[in-house]
Design a protein around this ligand. Structure first.
Ligand code: SAM
Ligand code: DTB
Ligand code: SF4
Length: 330
């Protein structure tokens, strides 16, 4: 099954404008061609360095430019990370995602993050990090240490970007994605809806993602979690139906990618989330907390999975596990 990398804004806009039932039906049909519709990939997030970030992202609790009352935390110890990763594995996560409030990792941070990748990977979890901008050499070292995914979001359209962030450019983001891809890692890249952008900006964001040389393997669609003290604290909440439309369009134009329900799930009902799965979402973050804000929580998610007959995707076996299996069969 082939995927297209030449989607135009007009085509994407037309998809958005279809009657809702037609759009969701089409997305579900495509979803079933590429995925098992009852299997959801589950990741756990951990903040490994919190707050005091030099960037001025206007939505973020961690930016040092705004007073969000967040308690900052320096780099946390590697053994604490490993113990959290073990808990994540036990509770059914297949991927462990570690995030740091950095503009980019400093060279002095590299031994710390590389050790963490090696140890989390050795537990049999897929590894993901989001550390800000990377240069080519950093991307390659992370890949060599066993990092499977790198998360780096485009966040919004090229036109709206400078309204949201002024300390780096849209092209800086694309450069990092290029380094991640060239190093051989899988790309996790999406954006945020509900930033006060209009539909054209959502179309623009999805077009940028769907016309990358290769679609990101994972596409997080975050719904803004409003943070008191930031410039977007009072922005009007995006209508849930428009959020579902965004998921359905993402599913149609990037059929092979995991579409991830990310920030904002805590404020959504079971039926909103069921509609999102219907529209082709097949990945989420579990646990009580995202990086700094509350998440739906494990208990609630277990109930939701049970009600909907959904099952978590199993962690992919590591190379060492595969060779143990092969030895057992010989
Ligand atoms: N500092 C790194 C960076 O920006 O790439 C990594 C961490 S950053 C918190 C990861 C992503 O979380 C952002 O790109 C943004 O899409 C999302 N995010 C942050 N704060 C959010 C909020 N309040 N609501 C929704 N999404 C948010
Ligand atoms: C992504 O797209 N969403 C996650 C993950 N990548 C790192 C982060 C969401 C953060 C939500 C706000 C917070 O908890 O601070
Ligand atoms: Fe820093 Fe990332 Fe938050 Fe922007 S989104 S302020 S780069 S932690």
């Amino acid at each position: 099954m082939t995927t297209r990398n030449d989607w135009t804004r007009e085509e994407i806009q037309h998809l958005y404008e279809q009657p809702f039932m037609d759009l969701v039906f089409k997305a579900q049909q495509i979803h079933r061609e590429y995925f098992d519709a009852n299997v959801i990939q589950v990741s756990t997030l951990l903040s490994i360095k919190t707050g005091k970030c030099p960037e001025d992202c206007k939505y973020c609790s961690q930016s040092a430019h705004y007073d969000s009352k967040l308690e900052a935390e320096k780099r946390i110890a590697v053994d604490k990370v490993i113990s959290e990763a073990k808990d994540a594995l036990e509770s059914g996560s297949s991927r462990f995602c570690m995030g740091a409030a950095w503009r980019n990792p400093h060279e002095r941070d590299m031994p710390y993050v590389l050790e963490m990748v090696r140890e989390v990977k050795a537990l049999g979890l897929e590894t993901c990090m989001t550390l800000g901008m990377l240069n080519q050499s950093q991307a390659e070292r992370l890949h060599e240490a066993g990092l499977d995914y790198y998360n780096h979001n485009l966040d919004t359209s090229r036109e709206y970007y400078s309204h949201i962030i002024s300390t780096r450019t849209f092209d800086d983001r694309l450069d990092t994605l290029d380094h991640v891809r060239s190093a051989g890692m899988k790309v996790c890249s999406g954006g945020i809806v509900g930033l006060g952008e209009n539909r054209n900006d959502r179309v623009g964001l999805l077009q940028e993602l769907a016309t990358l040389p290769m679609h990101p393997e994972s596409v997080p669609i975050n719904m803004l979690v409003p943070i008191e003290g930031t410039p977007l604290a009072e922005v009007e909440k995006l209508d849930v139906i428009e959020w579902i439309r965004t998921i359905a369009v993402a599913r149609i134009i990037m059929p092979n990618s995991y579409i991830r329900l990310s920030a904002g799930r805590e404020s959504l009902s079971d039926s909103d989330q069921a509609l999102a799965f219907m529209a082709g979402a097949n990945s989420l973050f579990s646990g009580e907390k995202l990086l700094t804000t509350p998440n739906a929580g494990e208990g609630k998610d277990k109930q939701l999975f049970q009600k909907l007959g959904l099952v978590p995707e199993r962690a992919k076996p590591t190379v060492s596990e595969l060779s143990v299996d092969a030895m057992a069969m010989a």
